[in-house]
Design a protein around this ligand. Structure first.
Ligand SMILES: *Cc1c(COP(=O)(O)O)cnc(C)c1O
Length: 223
């Protein structure tokens, strides 16, 4: 007994209806994803290009694949045709590349802009200043094959729940501010992708609409 389906169902019971669960299956084998899929869950997240391609090939085609890792421009072409959402867009150049590859296959790709809110410098993402510079640019506004659906972020890896709360609250306030200014007539800009195994309850309190949970469902990862 792996407990994957029980873990998944328990989390779903606790999550508010309006919060989507992305089951983060990175490093986990096809059998584990199949077990989760058999409960009826269809949304899975991966952070490596080769791995998401392999799993997409092997698994049922009605799975919604969310890419949540750092994405290199030269790899966009490999995943653009099947991903449902890219959570981790962290530069205008990457957006332009996704737009170009999406146009080539006549697709509109759902993207989230990743924002850097954590203390660690290793985490990717736009700062608030960079975001505010990006949004009014004509190069940004004319991206026809991209749907900007909201913001994504990761909190600092810490036990200090007050700090995590502060960081998520900051992101959710930033979301509201820029929605009012730049996305007023945009019905798609509605997602706040925050919350992982250790901090998703705080994220939900701060207005998360998508949590990305791995180890609480599939168990610890061995790299
Ligand atoms: C791995 C990962 C997660 C899930 O982490 P857990 O702590 O295992 O829930 C969420 N988001 C991103 C971007 C990740 O890389």
């Amino acid at each position: 007994m792996s407990g994957i389906s029980e873990n998944l169902e328990q989390i779903l019971i606790e999550l508010p209806q309006n919060v989507k669960l992305v089951a983060v299956s990175k490093t986990k084998p096809i059998e584990d994803i199949t077990e989760a899929y058999r409960t009826g869950h269809k949304i899975f997240g991966e952070n490596k290009v080769q791995e998401i391609i392999y799993k997409h090939e092997k698994l049922p085609k009605d799975i919604e694949w969310h890419f949540i890792g750092h994405l290199q421009r030269n790899k966009v072409k490999l995943i653009v045709q099947f991903v449902d959402m890219i959570h981790s867009v962290d530069s205008l150049r990457l957006l332009e590349k996704i737009n170009e590859e999406a146009r080539n296959i006549n697709k509109i790709v759902n993207c989230l802009l990743q924002i850097h809110i954590a203390e660690e410098e290793t985490k990717y993402g736009f700062s608030e200043d960079e975001l505010v510079q990006l949004l009014p640019l004509p190069e940004f506004k004319t991206l026809q094959n991209i749907k900007v659906c909201g913001l994504m972020s990761m909190a600092t890896y810490t036990n200090d729940t007050k700090q995590i709360y502060r960081e998520f609250k900051y992101l959710s306030d930033l979301f509201k501010t820029i929605k009012d200014i730049y996305f007023t007539d945009n019905e798609y800009f509605k997602e706040i992708s925050i919350g992982m195994s250790g901090d998703y309850k705080i994220a939900v309190d701060c207005g998360s609409t998508m949590v990305r949970i791995g180890s609480n469902i599939f168990g610890e990862r061995n790299y």
